[in-house]
Write a new protein. Sequence first.
Length: 96
Amino acid sequence: MKSSNEYTLKQAIEALIEQYKIQEKLSETVVINDWEKIVGKMIAKHTKNMHIKKRILFVELDNAALRNELSYAKTKLIAAINKSLNAEAIDEIVFT
């Protein structure tokens, strides 16, 4: 029988993530690591920088035409990213 101060490893990790408010950074790491799988090699090659702030993914691209094209596919990209994260962590994407 567990006493009241015993936790599973999963519960302890989730508590630490919540306590230190690092979920956004963890999500950012997953998005950066999975970016090529999500968008493909060509788009990944033109991606210069990415970060997440307040559930908004900021993506810096080196190609204006690609930036314009991707702005039309935001909804699909948000869905693909959230699927990759197994959570609704991204609400918006801003291409710069």
